[in-house]
Design a protein around this ligand. Structure first.
Ligand SMILES: *Cc1c(COP(=O)(O)O)cnc(C)c1O
Length: 943
């Protein structure tokens, strides 16, 4: 079928029209995009042939193909449980939040003044989790339950000073996927870990930390108080992996003396989605707050003394670097945490309690019937899960399947089933019938009386005031309106690639045939998912030039960890046990070092040359000194400075010659797709960030997918399925489920399917064009740090504010905050160079939007000049006092040395389209001194 240009998706995805691109090229002195690329990119890394991908599909055809794949999945009622449950996402939350670009296109809330809405939503989540678990505070959020449990183990390992260097003990009644992921993490670090049945008491020896699960793998509710007391007595710390819904009814871990609680929050209204993305939580007491991994929303004040939200201890993220690294969370599950927080607001404590009671009551009724019919149950105290002895598990599973239900195969002669908020009385009847058991009509209860919850939770007003749908709709909208996201403005964040997340890409993820598949269904029920994933992995292998890809890692950081583990395991298989050093350039992203540390490698930092590139002489020295011990080099390409370094192939060659492996961080792949393949120019392994290059929205800090891509020799060491019965020979699981955040993979599938090889390559070229255009235009007003071939940058450029700061005191932060008055989200601040702003426009921004940004930056430069020329004092300047709230500019006592017009409408277009931040500049230091991480009382917002 012949399609008109306007019908092709690439034409919608790429911002600049062809005549605009030509105009930008003229400004740069090039006649064509190809000429620009030929000049910018080193020839020795260019790929020889165009990408071999299927011809691009139009939007309707891509959606039709996705429908075909979705229909290949079979949706049964999922009673498999094991940490994943059917849910009802309230439609008002789905429509207003999950499907609303005002929520899902947000960036991580590092600029708190334009993030108050999502910060409040995340604070609701934290408050709810802390209340339910019985702890002081919780973070927002962790990647999944298994990796959260692993992080809790590492937290105990560094926080327990009393029993340092003891072992970690895991109760055998923990979900197998959690045990498998924890064992992978502790093995990499050489932390002794033992799995034991703790009903028999603690094992012998010095114990640093103990992990329990509530309810356990067998569905039983644990009487944990005595084992926790025994563990504490012996100097151990205790983590409980706990189901939040159960905690509405039973005594929470915080009240039983545990130190940490972790778990999945999926069952609070988030779909199964074949295993993820789901937000996991971690809650603990105030005394551990400074060692808590992940992000924590806290409360501070703004310049007018109003309470304002921000990320507490935000600067820690810059400190998760190099040898100081303690955890490895950058992208988390922010959007999922937001959804869960809204679910809590929607239902409130009494709603959650009612759901929990109903789930339990159904389970207890069934248990009674089964017992009466002579079936043996594994446990007689349970919440929502029964493990039932049968003659032949497979026969029972088949009969259940026939009736439309998936059960859990627990052993050859046991099946398990878990009920959830979607379970109806008719389901209970159908299951009872399956076992020829007779239901009693009475309400039933099997919760142990001495474990009933007595403490209130979610007492804050926010969980007790919003009940009608009008209120709920307006609350979600009110919060969204406080934030600047991609639906209002470009977000020119260097290294983050905030490109378009097209509506057609987003649509399939809520289709029931994708959303309602449990991660542990029989393979034939997930045929559509498996086909989609296999295809996607194949396309990503083609794009990167590697042999194979695993989409299991659920963030870039996890891809790094998986990739480095693959290298370690490969080297060990080669008998090269002494290779333990990872070389990392000084300018690397914080996660690189954190991942290396967590993979059990020692880090040696390679200096940067004055031009921002790798100091090759220093690399030579390091290789000469440590060559025999070098496991790998981790390089980002193009470099974190946004430059196509000419010597990359040379650098890879040197490390290979020394016997090391090359890890190419693929976060900057938006400058490479269709142009060069890391798997071909020297990389042995890379991770990608589908939430950067491949159109998965940033979600306000997650979800993400960080596929790990490897060369042939590393294929056997890709992550495996997290199963405790594995012999753990080759690969190690890094997430609870085989395909990690599978639920968002249709976004990337749709992006690639609709762009096709030419579209993707054109996107790269346009991203490079726009970055160079901005560099050229802004270069007339600010120094641009670093350039490669012919003075060209790759897909981003660094605006150096340091000379201005030296002369006038105006900081990069002042510029970032002043940009808010122009309706812009700031570029990346202080990475990779302190005192700078890194700008990445991506291919999705049209020329008018780019010009609007340039105009803002140039206007700001004029404002800086006023200070430079001594006409304005820095402290009272429009820059230092930015951003300006509506309240500030209507204040009748206005006494600032600039006009209200200059404050609010520095350029004319703002008179029509104006965003006012809800708070002024936030006091970061106050927030870190006085850490307060749950919802503040309403009175705090008065006057
Ligand atoms: C974003 C980024 C990462 C980390 O990715 P996450 O998904 O946030 O964990 C790693 N390296 C670079 C260069 C990045 O820009």
């Amino acid at each position: 079928m012949e399609e008109h240009l306007t019908e092709t998706f690439a034409h919608r995805h790429i911002g600049p029209r062809e005549n605009h691109a030509q105009r930008m090229l003229n400004t740069l002195g090039f006649s064509s995009l190809d000429e620009l690329m030929d000049t910018a990119v080193p020839h020795n890394i260019r790929q020889g042939a165009p990408l071999n991908l299927p011809a691009p599909l139009s939007e309707p055809n891509a959606l039709a193909e996705l429908r075909r794949l979705a229909r290949k999945n079979t949706v049964k009622k999922q009673l498999i449980g094991q940490g994943f449950y059917n849910t009802h996402m309230p439609a008002v939350i789905r429509r207003n939040v999950f499907e609303n670009p005002g929520w899902y296109t947000a960036y991580t809330p590092y600029q708190p003044e334009i993030s108050q809405g999502r910060l409040e939503a995340l604070l609701n989540y934290q408050t709810m989790v802390a209340d339910l678990t019985g702890f002081d505070l919780a973070n927002a959020s962790m990647l999944d339950e298994a990796s959260a449990a692993a992080e809790a183990v590492l937290l105990m390992n560094r926080a327990n000073r009393k029993n340092k260097d003891g072992k970690i003990v895991l109760d055998s009644n923990i979900f197998p996927q959690n045990i498998a992921v924890i064992l992978g993490r502790t093995k990499a670090l050489g932390i002794e870990t033992e799995v034991a049945d703790l009903r028999a008491g603690l094992p012998e020896g010095k114990i640093t930390g103990v992990v329990l699960q509530q309810p356990g793998n067998d569905g039983g509710i644990g009487h944990h108080a005595s084992i926790i007391a025994e563990a504490k007595e012996a100097g151990a710390m205790v983590t409980v992996i706990a189901d939040l819904l159960a905690l509405a009814l039973i005594t929470p871990p915080g009240e039983q003396g545990a130190d940490i609680a972790v778990g999945n929050t999926q069952r609070f209204g988030v779909p199964l989605s074949f295993g993820g993305p789901h937000a996991a939580y971690m809650a603990t007491s105030q005394k551990l707050v400074r060692s808590l991994p992940g992000r924590i929303v806290g409360v501070s004040t703004d310049d007018a003394g109003r309470p304002a939200y921000r990320l507490t201890l935000q600067t820690r993220e810059q400190h998760i670097r190099r040898e100081k690294a303690t955890s490895n969370i950058c992208t988390a599950q922010a959007l999922l945490a937001v959804l869960v927080g809204f679910y809590g607001v929607y239902h409130g404590p009494e709603g959650l309690t009612a759901i929990a009671q109903r789930v339990h009551s159904h389970t207890a009724r069934l248990a009674q019937a089964l017992s009466s019919a002579g079936f043996e149950l594994a446990r007689d105290e349970f919440f929502d899960t029964l493990i039932i002895s049968v003659d032949d598990a497979d026969a029972t599973m088949s009969a259940a399947l026939e009736a439309g239900y998936n059960l859990r195969r627990f052993s050859d002669t046991q099946v398990g089933l878990s009920f959830d908020e979607t379970t109806e009385a008719s389901d209970v009847e159908a299951i009872a019938k399956l076992f020829d058991a007779k239901l009693d009509t009475a309400e039933a209860n099997a919760l142990p009386a001495d474990l009933l919850r007595t403490s209130p939770f979610m007492t804050h007003e926010i969980f007790n005031s919003i009940r009608s749908e009008s209120q709920m709709m307006r609350y979600t909208t009110r919060l969204a309106n406080r934030d600047l996201t991609l639906d209002r403005t470009m977000i020119p964040l260097g290294s983050c690639t905030m490109k378009l997340n097209a509506a057609a890409e987003m649509e399939p993820i809520t289709w029931p045939e994708f959303a309602n598949i449990h991660p542990f269904v029989p393979e034939d029920q997930a045929a559509g998912w498996l086909e989609l994933i296999a295809q996607l992995e194949g396309w990503l292998a083609e794009i990167t030039g590697y042999a194979a890809v695993s989409v299991q890692p659920n963030a870039g950081s996890q891809g790094e960890y998986a990739g480095l583990l693959a290298i370690r395991h490969y080297l060990e298989a080669q008998g090269e046990h002494e290779r333990k050093i990872c070389l990392i350039p000084a300018s690397a992203h914080g996660t690189n070092a954190a991942s290396a540390k967590l993979a059990g490698l020692d880090i040696k930092v390679i200096n940067s040359a004055p031009d921002g590139s790798i100091d090759v002489d220093h690399l030579d020295d390091l290789l000469a000194e440590h060559g025999e011990q070098v496991a790998a080099i981790m390089v980002t390409y193009p470099s974190t400075a946004g430059i196509y370094e000419a010597k990359i192939a040379d650098v890879c060659g040197k490390v290979h010659d020394a016997g090391g492996q090359v890890y190419v961080d693929g976060a900057n792949l938006n400058a490479l797709v269709g142009i060069a393949q890391p798997g071909k120019f020297g990389g042995d392994v890379s991770h990608l960030n589908l939430h950067k290059t491949f159109a998965i929205p940033h979600g306000g800090g997650g979800p993400g997918v960080g596929p790990v891509c490897v060369a042939e020799h590393l294929v056997p060491f890709l992550p495996t399925e997290a199963r405790h019965d594995d012999d753990g020979a080759a690969g190690t699981p890094v997430a609870a489920t085989l395909y990690g955040s599978a639920g968002v993979l249709p976004i990337t599938w749709a992006y690639i399917a609709m762009m096709g090889a030419d579209g993707l390559t054109n996107a790269t070229k346009n991203a490079v064009l726009s970055a160079n255009y901005i560099a050229k235009r802004l270069g007339e007003h600010y120094p641009i740090l670093f350039a490669g071939n012919n003075g060209l940058v790759a897909h981003e450029c660094i605006v150096d504010l340091r000379p201005v700061t030296e002369k006038t005191g105006v900081t990069a932060e002042d510029v970032a905050k002043r940009l808010i008055d122009f309706g812009f989200h700031a570029p990346t601040m202080a990475f990779p160079v302190p005192g700078t702003l890194m700008v990445e426009p991506t291919e999705s921004e049209d020329l008018a939007e780019i010009e609007r940004f340039i105009e803002a930056m140039v206007t700001i430069r004029e404002e800086i000049a006023e200070i430079e020329e001594g006409r304005v004092e820095l402290e009272s300047s429009v820059l230092r006092r930015s951003p300006h709230t509506a309240a500030a500019v209507v204040d009748t006592t206005w006494d600032r040395p600039y006009t209200v017009e200059q404050a609010a409408f520095p350029v004319a277009s703002l008179r029509v389209d104006k965003y006012f931040p809800p708070v002024g500049r936030i006091d970061n230091a106050a927030g870190d001194r006085n850490i307060f991480c749950s919802c503040p009382p309403i009175e705090a917002f008065e006057n």
